[in-house]
Design a binder for this molecule. Structure first.
Ligand code: SF4
Length: 347
C-alpha cells in the first residue's frame, strides 16, 4: 500500500534520520536534505541536485515538502508584505513579513481563527476552525523567507499572528525548535518571541523547555475587571497570576517579559489606567509595549489620539517603567496587530 506523504517540515532532524535510515539511507544524506530545505531554500526535491534522481523521486513519493498554495500576496507602502496561504483542507493562514533596516521579522499564525475572541480583534471574530501543525507554522516562515532576495536572511520570528500559541502548545514549541535548530532555520532563540494572552500554567511549562525565547503577555488592561470585558479568557485567570507566571519565566530563562498593551481610545488609555499599569509592571522584570489600536471595520473601538498615547507613555516612564510605543506597520494592507482575519472560501 502506498504510504501517505508526510509533511517534511513537520519532522525534526531525529525523526527524519529515523525514518530515512530505516529505509536504508546513509545519515549524511539526511543532513544534505535538511541543508537543501532550510539553508538553500529548495522549493522541491527536484532541486536537490547532489541526490540521485531515484532518491529524489522516492522522497517526493514519501513526503510533501510544502503543502500550501500562496493564494495572495499584498505589499504595503512601508515594505511590509502579507501572504495568504491555503492548506490542502481549504483552511487559510495569514503571515506577515516586516522588514526594518537589517531586521526581517516574520509574524506567523498558530491557529486557523482564534478561540480567545478578544473584543477588539478581527482574528477572533469567527472563533477557532482548527489548530495548525508544527510543519504548517514552520511553512509560514519558509514561504515568507522564499519571497526574500537570496542575500536577505530571515532574522526574527514572532508568534503574533492569528491564534493563541500556548493553546496549541506542542505544535508551537516544536516549531520553535525547528526555527532555532542549527539543522533548521538557525534563528537564535532570543530572536523568537511567543505572544500569549496569558495562560499561567503553559507559561510555567514553557519556562522549563530550555528555550530562551522572548515571551510577550497581551495584558491590554491594567485591572481584572476591564480585562475581562475585552478578553473573554481573562475570566480564567487574574493579573496577579500572570505577574507570578511572568516572574517565574524570568527566573528560569533570564528573559525579561514584554507586556503588550493595545491602547483603545477612551477605554483603557486614561492616565489612571497608566498608573495602574505601572503598578502591575513593577511586579516583575518587564518592559511595556504600547500599541495604538489599528481600526477594524465592523468593530466599535477607536484608535487613540497621539496626545493621549504620549501622555500614557509619560506616566509609565515617570513611574520608572521601561515603555515604548510600537510603530504600526502594514496598516494599508490590514497586516497590523489585530487586523489579520480568517479568510473563508468567498475570496
Ligand atoms: S488578540 Fe490574539 S488572542 Fe485575542 S482574539 Fe486576536 S489573535 Fe486571538
Amino acid at each position: 500500500m502506498k504510504e501517505t506523504p508526510r509533511h517534511l517540515l513537520d519532522l525534526d532532524q531525529f525523526s527524519l534520520i529515523e525514518r530515512l535510515t530505516e529505509a536504508g539511507l546513509e545519515r549524511f544524506r539526511v543532513d544534505q536534505i535538511l541543508g537543501w530545505v532550510y539553508r538553500r531554500r529548495a522549493r522541491s526535491f527536484d532541486e536537490m541536485t547532489n541526490l540521485s534522481k531515484t532518491l529524489r523521486l522516492q522522497l517526493a513519493e514519501r513526503f510533501d515538502l510544502y503543502t500550501s498554495e500562496i493564494e495572495r500576496r499584498q505589499t504595503s507602502t512601508d515594505g511590509t508584505f502579507k501572504l495568504l496561504l491555503r492548506w490542502p483542507d481549504g483552511a487559510t493562514s495569514e503571515c506577515v513579513m516586516i522588514p526594518q533596516d537589517t531586521r526581517r521579522a516574520v509574524c506567523v499564525s498558530t491557529q486557523v481563527g482564534c478561540p480567545v475572541g478578544c473584543a477588539f480583534c478581527a482574528s477572533g471574530l469567527d472563533g477557532l476552525e482548527r489548530s495548525l501543525t508544527s510543519g504548517e507554522i514552520v511553512e509560514q516562515a519558509m514561504q515568507t523567507y522564499l519571497q526574500l532576495p537570496e542575500d536577505q536572511p530571515l532574522t526574527h520570528v514572532v508568534f503574533m499572528g492569528i491564534g493563541e500559541p500556548l493553546a496549541n502548545y506542542d505544535a508551537t514549541v516544536s516549531a520553535v525548535r525547528t526555527l532555532n535548530a542549527d539543522w533548521g532555520l538557525n534563528i537564535g532563540a532570543r530572536r523568537i518571541t511567543i505572544s500569549t494572552v496569558g495562560l499561567p500554567r503553559q507559561i510555567r511549562r514553557l519556562a522549563e523547555e530550555g528555550l530562551q525565547v522572548g515571551l510577550a503577555i497581551s495584558l491590554h488592561a491594567p485591572n481584572d475587571e476591564l480585562r475581562r470585558e475585552i478578553i473573554p479568557w481573562a475570566e480564567r485567570t487574574s493579573i496577579d497570576d500572570l505577574v507570578e507566571a511572568g516572574r517565574h519565566y524570568f527566573d528560569r530563562t533570564g528573559r525579561e517579559v514584554t507586556l503588550e498593551y493595545v491602547l483603545l481610545g477612551e477605554l483603557n488609555d486614561r492616565p489612571a489606567h497608566a498608573k495602574q499599569l505601572a503598578a502591575v509592571a513593577r511586579g516583575m522584570r518587564c518592559n511595556v509595549n504600547l500599541i495604538r489600536y489599528n481600526g477594524v471595520s465592523d468593530l466599535p473601538y477607536r484608535r487613540p489620539g497621539s496626545e493621549a498615547t504620549h501622555a500614557f507613555l509619560e506616566v509609565l516612564r515617570k513611574a520608572g517603567v521601561n515603555a515604548h510605543i510600537r510603530a504600526s506597520r502594514g496598516m494599508d494592507i490590514e497586516a497590523a496587530c489585530g487586523q489579520l482575519r480568517r479568510q473563508r472560501g468567498d475570496l
